[in-house]
Design a protein around this ligand. Structure first.
Ligand code: IMP
Ligand code: MG
Length: 179
């Protein structure tokens, strides 16, 4: 049953499973001979990352960063800060950042630079969704599950005002919820 605040389903559960499997295969192939660490950006990446990591048949540590730029609205403020840092060292490691969605690109731009200054060997990005039309800083994700139109989406980890993260699909949020 569709949630009452959701206009329509954009990516079904079944499609999400296929997307995750395809991304995992690519990552497995590319990182086969590398010592990499998977870094999730909380909280949006949590559902995607738990599904993704289970499909990658390699040995790797995971860690998390909380970066904030949003507040509770639907627009990025552009001012990014690290609210909670890595617990492991990223020095000389090949880092794969896992993100729910790239919008303006501000968050990832900041986090990539941050990890490089902390001594990472390389930093790549795997995002579930991308809204390329909204980009404000140049940034192309290395792995992308789906390019999506300029709509506000929720579910499968993505929130609006901290809700809807638990929906098993990705849906378009009704405009009446935030307008
Ligand atoms: P950026 O810094 O503007 O690229 O914003 C990226 C972050 O904004 C993502 O990690 C999400 O937390 C949030 N975000 C952007 N678009 C959406 C959306 O459509 N639904 C839910 N969260 C979004
Ligand atoms: Mg996020």
């Amino acid at each position: 049953m569709l949630h009452k605040d959701v206009e329509s389903v954009l990516i079904s559960q079944e499609k999400l499973e296929n997307i995750v499997k395809t991304l995992a295969k690519q990552i497995e192939k590319d990182y086969n001979d590398k010592e990499f660490m998977m870094v999730g950006l909380l909280k949006g990446s949590v559902v995607f990352m738990t599904d993704l990591m289970k499909q990658i048949n390699l040995d790797f540590p995971i860690d998390f960063i909380i970066a904030s730029s949003y507040g509770s609205g639907t627009e990025s403020s552009g001012r990014v800060k690290i609210v909670s840092d890595l617990t492991l060292s990223c020095e000389k490691k090949d880092i794969l950042i896992v993100e729910d969605i790239v919008d303006s690109g501000n968050t990832l731009n900041f986090v990539i630079n941050y990890l490089m200054t902390k001594g990472a060997n390389s930093v790549k990005v795997c995002t579930l969704c991308d809204k390329p039309i909204r980009r404000k800083v140049p940034l192309t994700p290395d792995y992308c599950g789906a390019e999506i139109p300029d709509e506000f989406i929720v579910g499968y980890g993505l929130d609006y005002a901290e809700l809807y993260r638990n929906l098993p699909y990705i849906g378009i949020l009704k405009r009446s919820v935030y307008e």
